[in-house]
Design a protein around this ligand. Sequence first.
Ligand code: 5GP
Length: 345
Amino acid sequence: MEFCRSLPKIELHAHINGSISEKTMQELLQKRSQEGSKDPIERWTTTIEKGDKSLDEIFAMFKVIHQISNNTDAAYKITYDIIHEFAEDNVKYVELRTTPRAVPDTGMTKELYLESVLKAIADCEKEDLDIIVKLILAIDRRSDVNIANETVDLAVKYKQISNGKVIGIDLSGDPSVNDARDFIPAFKCARSKGLKLALHLAEVLDQNAETESVLDLPPDRIGHGTFLHPEVGGTESLVAKVKQHKTPLELCLTSNVKGRTVKAFDNHQFKYWYDMGHPCVVCTDDKGVFATSLSKEYKLAAETFDISQQDLYQLSYKAIDHIFDTEDTKAILRQKWCTFAENTF
Ligand code: 5GP
């Protein structure tokens, strides 16, 4: 574990409201109780144990988390704490993602929500933490096309205001709801405005038709891609498209096993893609909900797939190629990795 902790790492798939640590959650609950809020969830724990929740139940958990993070102060604190936690875990570059959210009862608009998140990022930057933070705005697939277009407009607006902190668009939310093809025009519009696309795809079975169409974009990165390959119900054609465009996969071992879309770690799609030399990036997804860290995910990958320390280093080094930030940032990061290698091997 010590090696995985000391290894510099890149996190490319982390949902803000799924990454809240137990500590932050308890502090938010305490504050709410001091303010007189009667949460029915005082004994709430954000984390789940292996296999004790289905994907449906996990999505129900997000609804509860959203009740607690329903105001701008909470959004600020959650983002601020998450960045510190990733920095402590030796993550040198993180792309956080979040769904813009309005809560009329607390006066939080989507703009105020995003401004709180961006202020937390800016404040962390001032503290000189050794971590670069970028933001991806998520389209929830439960929403309609108008909301998706609004999210793209917000991403364009805040990309400018934040001097490039907002860099992309994600598609997430309950994968069994709606059809990803409906959002293709919004994705194309986002791309035409200089935003990158990191899209959850083939997260559940029987979505080959929508996955096929979305892969034609092609996305800049794929989240999960659990059911792409034929051995698990995908198709050769899906695999061929992903390979043709060398589209990197964001792979989250604990999330998929705890969410029961993958039976066990050694069945994880990581093996299929990693063994063929396809770009794979190890990520956490929701480090709070799944009680994990990026170091733990690297350790799990190493133990499950028998990856040496040198190869683990290469895995983390190659993730730099797939960040959405500039070549200048990539060069800065590569230098850090080289220094680590010189001092370690
Ligand atoms: P937020 O966008 O509120 O910061 O983070 C929580 C949201 O991220 C959830 O409500 C859900 O829409 C999305 N999310 C988190 N984990 C997953 C996942 O594993 N799969 C999908 N499709 N969406 C997720």
